[in-house]
Design a binder for this molecule. Structure first.
Ligand code: BZD
Length: 837
């Protein structure tokens, strides 16, 4: 407001207000102008990267115009906003998405062609924004897309890592990690050097009397690091709404940067301080489903939570409303426990800085926050050592102890004399050292807790949060089954299929109301439609086969059945089950007569995914896949009947090529371990079938598509505990087919057997925690059913089309609507449609 243009000058201002292009001519004008002026290049040195940059800047201008208007509109509307706090946003590429969301991809294609470029080549110049590990980070990205598309006033808050998830190279069959420096040229972010927040660490707490004689805690001393905001526009699909993703970057504070040292010539020490500050946002931790309790990670968490909360509170204070209205204006969603310190930070702001009474403040906090859980696996549940927290965040630890003490008093009243209950639900685990249990803190500080698929939401209620269901009642706990954005995962990744569907349904409404896909079932007898569907699948497989030969040198037959498992490598996701099954298939083929071989559908087994750098077993699995590939792919006797490939550096943009090319994909986690899974949804939406366990969202996918359209196998979640118990008490029996597979490995059929000893013995000698042996027979038999089913191409196609038509439920739009109505209590702010849209 302070810097606004005076009334008499506003007409002039409005007359010159930027408009952004709409026609091909204007797009070319803008692109060339950016190449020539912003980039200072010319038609004599404009390569594809320069064309990408010019086109991106042209689109960016358009986004910015709507972005500014959206922010103004949301400010004037003065209604509740959602803040989505996530340590990870796995965004992938932005240009293609921007083109499609503003509806100008055809204009850009024609314009780029005039200028001498193919749009695909230009788009593929972009470096993925890979600020995440896997499902959790990608979910956040899908949610941003849906929140903007549905016109919710919503902001994302995250960290601007200098290095995203590492780039994976496969060298001699081993994973090698290469740093992902992605910020060289990133036209999609806007540094806001004017939006800088001081973040305090370390120091101590003292007590003072304020003017009213009230005893207040003051957090003093320690060090200050600056948080600088970088904003990324998030365009909705076919709507002017353009929301904001704010990422914080760390920088040495001006006050702290040691000029003393600098002046006295001690440049190194002074630069050292600077580097230490910048370390906070330097790198994404590359673990998924594992928390290792490193201090720097806790620093990242507090840095990001404190900066975001300062920003949110400042925005609220401008409204001059009473604090009691805070939860009516602000909903904060916690993506897992990583942002749990935000709960403590808000309590600190309200009590220590704003002088609210403790109980009133805590009521506001609870009504503001909600928490989504993404795992039940003990090694992924966050715990922080009390001494580490005491040192880094002394005041926050005090607040946690006070929250805990009041909570335990309440529980004590409700369950008198149940000492064990108090021990079990305490935020503080009485271990050596003591630990802060973040999932409990998040639960106590939120008004709603949700799991991400039905089975998972039921499981958390009967395991980690069992006592809390007793204490708070069942209504605090709910389910929101995950979803994916059909814009990126159908329209962008599989444009031909999207177009075919639109031609049958009479338009693209299904992209914003995915349940409309159900009309596709009317075309199951339409020969031309089915033929075209099949041609599209084949073309997508040809494209992937091309990628595979380019990157691995292995030639695969696009007519073969493409069997794909791409996701983070983890024992619970059981890529080892898959590759052991592949070895079984190889041995079976080798033993087959020529006649038998003729009846077998050729297969390509495709793997991809990153292993956490310190996860030895996961890396061994990668090595086994590559070693099997080496042998099988060079076995002339087997030829096209079986190929095994490892696709390097699986990421969002690779997923856009891989997903549309699958015939079948593998979602084969040990029952009860995969909270939801979201790639299962992507594959089915792109006309592939699933082989999977009764786990996570597979169960709901089955309910929607029908049992006859999915290949389920394996033990059920309810039996897992007993099976594990039985293994540990002597009744482990190795599956006989699996035993033959291990024999082949031990005989050196895939190279030096010693490299695989630990992997094999985790199953044979150490309890087979993930039930690979228990599920092996069922897995092999189910793959035989897949082979059979694939022979009847017509019936297969019918399964695929039927499944796609029943995927409406799995849109992230449906999820966001559920969050908005059940948890956040926010309304959309629908803009007046402009430009005739
Ligand atoms: O979250 C995943 C679950 O494993 C999936 O089942 C689920 O579909 C998605 C989305 O809900 N969890 C993760 O991806 N978790 C992490 O990446 C992670 C990262 C850091 C620390 C702990 C977990």
């Amino acid at each position: 407001v302070e810097a606004s243009i005076p009334e008499p000058q506003r007409d002039a201002w409005k007359k010159h207000s930027a408009q952004g292009f709409t026609t091909k001519e204007q797009f070319e004008d803008e692109t060339v102008r950016h190449v020539e002026t912003t980039l200072a290049r010319s038609l004599f040195n404009c390569d594809e990267l320069a064309a990408y940059s010019g086109a991106s800047l042209a689109f960016r201008d358009r986004l910015v115009i709507e972005w500014n208007k959206t922010q103004q509109r949301q400010t004037f509307a003065d209604q509740k906003r959602v803040y989505y706090l996530s340590l990870e946003f796995l965004m992938g590429r932005a240009l293609d998405n921007a083109m499609l969301n503003v509806g100008l991809k055809d204009v850009a294609r024609a314009g780029l062609k005039d200028l001498g470029f193919r749009i695909e080549d230009v788009i593929s110049q972009e470096h993925d924004a890979a600020l995440g590990n896997g499902g959790l980070g990608r979910l956040a990205a899908c949610f941003l897309d849906s929140m903007a598309t549905l016109n919710y006033p919503a902001w994302g808050y995250g960290l601007r890592y200098r290095y995203g998830i590492f780039k994976q190279e496969i060298v001699d069959g081993y994973q090698v990690e290469v740093p992902d420096y992605w910020l060289d040229f990133n036209p999609w972010e806007f540094p806001r050097h004017d939006i800088t927040v001081d973040i305090q660490f370390y120091g101590h707490v003292s007590r003072h009397q304020d003017e009213d004689g009230k005893n207040v805690a003051v957090w003093e001393g320690g060090e200050i690091v600056d948080a600088v905001a970088y904003d990324v526009p998030i365009p909705g699909f076919q709507t002017p709404t353009t929301n904001n993703l704010r990422l914080w970057s760390s920088k040495a504070s001006k006050g702290e940067f040691d000029f003393q040292k600098f002046n006295s010539g001690d440049y190194e020490a002074s630069v050292g301080d600077q580097q230490r500050a910048e370390t906070i946002s330097a790198v994404l931790y590359p673990n998924d489903n594992l928390e290792r309790g490193k201090e720097l990670r806790l620093k990242q968490q507090y840095f990001w939570c404190a900066a975001s909360l300062y920003d949110i509170v400042r925005r609220f204070k401008k409204s001059k409303k009473a604090w009691s209205a805070f939860p009516d204006m602000v909903a904060i969603q916690l993506n897992d426990t990583h942002p749990t310190l935000a709960i403590v930070e808000l309590q600190r702001i309200l009590v220590d800085l704003e002088g609210l009474d403790w109980v009133e403040a805590w009521g506001i906090v609870q009504n503001t926050f909600s928490y989504a859980n993404h795992t039940v696996m003990p090694e992924a549940l966050e715990k922080w050592s009390v001494p580490v927290m005491q040192n880094l965040l002394p005041r926050h630890l005090q607040i946690i102890y006070e929250v805990n003490s009041q909570f335990l008093q309440m529980v004590e009243k409700q369950f008198p004399k149940d000492r064990d209950m108090l021990r079990r639900v305490s935020i503080i685990e009485e271990s050596q050292p003591k630990m802060v249990r973040m999932a409990y803190l998040a639960t106590i500080g939120s008004h709603k807790v949700n799991g991400v698929a039905e089975l998972h939401s039921d499981l958390i209620k009967s395991t980690i949060f069992k006592d809390f269901v007793e204490i708070y009642g069942p209504d605090k706990f709910t389910n929101v089954t995950n979803g994916i954005t059909p814009r990126r995962w159908l329209h962008q990744a599989n444009p031909r299929l999207s177009e075919l569907i639109a031609s049958k349904l009479g338009g693209y409404e299904f992209l914003t109301d995915l349940t409309k896909l159900n009309k596709l079932e009317h075309f199951l007898d339409d020969k031309d439609f089915k033929k075209e569907w099949q041609e599209i699948k084949y073309a997508n497989k040809v494209r992937l086969a091309q990628h595979i030969v380019n990157t691995t040198g292995v030639r695969v037959n696009p007519k073969a059945l493409f069997d794909i498992q791409v996701k983070r490598i983890h024992e619970y996701k059981r890529q080892q089950l898959n590759i052991l099954g592949v070895i079984h298939r190889y041995l079976t083929i080798k033993a087959m007569s020529a006649e038998e071989r003729k009846k077998l559908a050729p297969r390509v087994s495709i793997f991809g995914g990153k292993a956490a750098p310190g996860y030895w077993m996961a890396k061994t699995v990668i090595h086994l896949v590559c070693s099997v590939g080496e042998v099988v792919n060079n076995d002339k006797d087997v030829g096209d009947l079986l190929k095994v490939v490892y696709i390097e550096d699986y990421n969002v943009s690779k997923a856009e090529i891989i997903t549309p090319a699958s015939d079948i994909s593998e979602h084969i986690s040990t029952a009860g371990t995969e909270a939801s899974g979201t790639s299962n949804m992507k594959f089915v939406l792109n006309g592939g079938l699933i082989i999977g366990t009764c786990d996570g969202a597979n169960i709901e996918i089955t309910r929607e598509v029908g049992e006859s359209n999915i290949f389920l196998f394996g033990n059920l979640a309810e039996d897992v505990e007993d099976l594990r118990h039985a293994h540990n008490y002597g009744s482990f029996k190795l599956d006989p087919d699996l035993a033959k597979v291990f024999d082949a490995i031990k005989d050196g059929a895939f190279g030096d057997a010693n490299r695989f000893t630990a992997l094999c013995s985790s199953i044979t000698d150490h309890g087979d925690y993930y039930l690979v042996s228990d599920d092996f027979n069922s897995y092999i038999k189910t793959h035989a059913l897949v082979d059979e089913a694939y022979k009847d191409q017509d019936a297969w196609l019918e399964k695929c089309i039927t499944s796609v038509s029943r995927m409406g439920f799995f849109s992230s739009d449906r999820c966001i609507q559920e969050y908005a109505e059940m948890i956040w209590n926010v309304e959309p702010l629908v803009p007046e449609q402009r430009n005739g849209k």
